[in-house]
Ligand binder design. Structure first.
Ligand code: CTP
Length: 404
């Protein structure tokens, strides 16, 4: 596997040397391209010595030790000869240039010519990372199919604490190789995923909902598509970009989600119900806004249909994965839901914890399969957790196919 490592000019540039080493330890050949500002932080010689290849530093070169002067079509050649492009650290400036197609140096020019998988590992100050301009560029790049490795949270070089740190180099290397050579183990499967909360109207301006952000379900849908499945994603209201290569159906209420799922069940071979469906709804909400006239008020709620239980009753040979978001006894609750809803596996999720569960980018779950012992997936990004769930699903699928 040949990887081009693009190094941007941030304090984390020194960690890129460890990324190069981790990639090589996994058997990859690494060619390094450095931006001019990256060379303010680390010398090309470091990467040349580590990788055994001269480092490309500019379209024209400046003759510094370890660097190589690129010929006029070198950026095309490097783009063609490599299997994946990893940029670590990807600075705010590089993300902006990639998102807008600017090509004013070797890395940005080669990026435009690169047709293989692109993995970007942003690292910067927390406020910069959170800036709407940076987030908009990240979303644009994600939508175009670039794989973003979310920055870690922790203490930063600028003295602040928050999201923006370059993740562990071994993690970046592993994620890069996984994206560069995806396991296509779900080829031939049609996966129906539900994600996000539902919103049940109380009146035209108010609703009942929950804290689900949809991130877990979206990560599962995206990962399943990367692994070769055809994916249908039925999503409640969330503010996430549609995952690349996935058919997205947007719904609002539990009853709309039920209809969207049942309408698509016929074609699905695997159903993953990550959505946090509201358990109660207001039947026939008023068409006008309710006025603050009484000192107290109550709303009459009736239960929503349990979509998972309904699918469980008619699932046939499909694999059915449920979720159990709990504040206590997650495994026992998952087992109970597995029985009552006829699932093949339930993903138990302890919510209400700092840093994992609802809204966060990370999660920690326990997989409770129908047969065998529970498997803990320790705290990791929701993308990694998604792949952990799919690894297990892939195994369940093999047992199902063998039994046929
Ligand atoms: N679920 C569903 N339809 C509902 C409620 C839940 O399909 N009306 C699904 C969820 O998508 C999830 C699983 O059931 O996969 C468990 O959801 P959860 O809210 O944890 O459980 P509930 O069945 O609502 O049970 P409880 O509120 O008692 O924990």
């Amino acid at each position: 596997m040949n990887i081009v490592l693009g190094v941007g000019g941030g304090i984390a540039a020194y960690k890129a040397a460890e990324v190069a080493r981790a990639l090589m330890e996994e058997g990859a050949a690494v060619r390094t391209v450095m931006t001019a500002s990256a060379r303010e932080f680390v010398t090309p010689l470091t990467f040349a010595a580590l990788t055994g290849h001269k480092v490309i530093t500019s379209l024209f070169g400046d003759g510094s030790p370890g660097e190589v002067l690129s010929s006029s079509v070198e950026h095309i050649r490097v783009a063609r000869e490599n299997d994946a492009l990893l940029v670590a650290p990807a600075t705010a400036d590089l993300l902006a240039k990639f998102a807008h197609g600017l090509a004013d140096d070797f890395l940005t020019t080669m990026y435009l010519a690169f047709t293989g998988p692109v993995i970007l590992a942003p690292a910067m100050n927390t406020e910069m990372w959170r800036h709407p301009a940076v987030q908009a560029n990240v979303e644009t790049l994600r939508r175009r199919g670039n794989h973003i490795i979310e920055p870690d949270s922790g203490s930063l070089a600028c003295g602040e604490t928050g999201a923006g740190r370059l993740p562990d180099p071994r993690h970046i290397a592993a994620e890069t190789l996984r994206v560069a050579s995806p396991v296509r183990d779900l080829e031939g499967e049609v996966v129906l995923v539900t994600a996000g909360p539902t919103q049940e109207a109380i009146d035209p301006v108010r609703f009942i909902s929950n804290r689900s952000s949809g991130k877990m379900g979206y990560a599962i849908a995206e990962a399943a598509a990367v692994r070769g499945a055809r994916v249908m994603l039925v999503s409640g209201p969330v503010s996430l970009a549609p995952p690349p290569g996935v058919d997205l159906v947007r719904v609002e209420t539990a009853s709309q989600m039920r209809k969207a799922v049942l309408d698509r069940l016929e074609t699905a071979t695997i159903v993953i119900k990550a959505a946090a469906v509201a358990d109660y709804t207001v039947e026939n909400p008023p068409s006008q806004k309710m006025k603050k006239t009484a000192a107290r008020m109550s709303v009459d709620l009736s239960p929503t249909p349990d979509i998972l239980a309904e699918v469980g009753r008619v699932k046939g040979g499909r694999l059915l994965i449920g979720f159990a978001a709990e504040t206590q006894n997650p495994v026992a609750e998952a087992r109970r839901k597995m029985e009552t809803k006829n699932c093949d596996m339930v993903v138990a999720n302890l919510v209400g914890q700092e840093g994992t569960g609802f809204g966060s980018n990370e999660n920690e779950v326990t997989l409770v399969p129908r047969e065998g012992s529970p498997v803990v997936l320790p705290r990791a990004s929701k993308r990694e957790i998604a792949n952990g769930i799919l690894d297990h699903l892939s195994w369940l699928r093999l047992s199902r196919n063998a039994a046929r």
